[in-house]
Write a protein that binds this ligand. Structure first.
Ligand code: GTB
Length: 217
């Protein structure tokens, strides 16, 4: 059964692949599962039909037969459980890969999102510069810890897994900040993720949502 996912009709990042549908697209590409995308506007996301799929009125959602899911972590666990390629079979390695999924979403992403939200919403504050430096240092604490663990290995736990998929998408949110580049091994790690053919296909498809809307000439 071909799953249906939702994504922004007008991606605010102009197709840079920062919206969370990118994670689901990439996971589906990794396992070779075709999918359909329904584009939704910000208004539609807050209407009852979409709220029935996503209680918080967000994207992405995932529908497959009579299953409707929200939350990218849960969606990717579901995809990984039904296909080979995103989680190792062996019990301990599988548990560790899932731990890395949670680490990406619960430990590394929050300070990155806090910095982003602050930069969007609080530019007018007199203490903007001081607080921004503090928030950036919090990001650096997590990146320093992650960098020490990654060292010179290719992936977080031996083979590429859903943990790497989420961690790479989380770290990409720092693009343009210059912070990721302070940790050359993490920059290289993100580059390895972005070089995967499945990543490239997912990225091109989400970018097309933006470019197809742009007037030509
Ligand atoms: N915890 C949920 C999950 O992992 O699925 C979070 C889902 C979520 O945050 N969805 C966002 C959304 O629908 C889109 S991804 N927001 C609309 C709303 O809440 O009304 C977050 C996002 C959006 C845009 C950019 N960007 O433009 O760079 C980056 C990330």
């Amino acid at each position: 059964m071909t799953p249906n996912i939702t994504a922004f009709e007008r991606p605010p990042d102009r197709g840079k692949g920062h919206a969370r549908d990118m994670r689901v697209r990439w996971a589906l590409e990794e396992v070779g599962q075709p999918y359909n995308v329904r584009l939704v506007s910000f208004r539609e996301m807050k209407k009852p039909a979409h709220l029935a799929l996503h209680p918080f009125g967000q994207i992405p959602t995932y529908e497959e037969g009579d299953l409707a899911l929200f939350e990218t972590g849960a969606i990717i666990v579901h995809i990984a459980e039904r296909h080979v390629g995103l989680l190792p079979d062996a019990g301990n390695a599988r548990a560790r890969a899932i731990a890395w999924m949670f680490a990406a979403l619960n430990t590394v992403e929050p300070p990155i999102v806090e910095r982003e939200a602050f930069m969007l919403l609080e530019t007018d504050k007199s203490w903007y510069g001081e607080r921004l430096r503090m928030l950036e240092d919090r990001v650096r604490v997590r990146l320093g810890q992650l960098s020490s663990r990654v060292g010179d290995i290719d992936w977080l736990d031996d083979a590429f897994s859903a943990g790497d998929l989420l961690m790479v998408t989380v770290l990409r949110r720092l693009n343009g900040s210059g912070i990721l580049e302070e940790y050359p091994n993490l920059s290289a790690y993100v580059g390895r993720g972005e070089a995967r053919p499945a990543y490239k296909r997912a990225f091109a498809d989400q970018l097309a949502v933006f470019t197809d809307r742009e007037p030509t000439g």
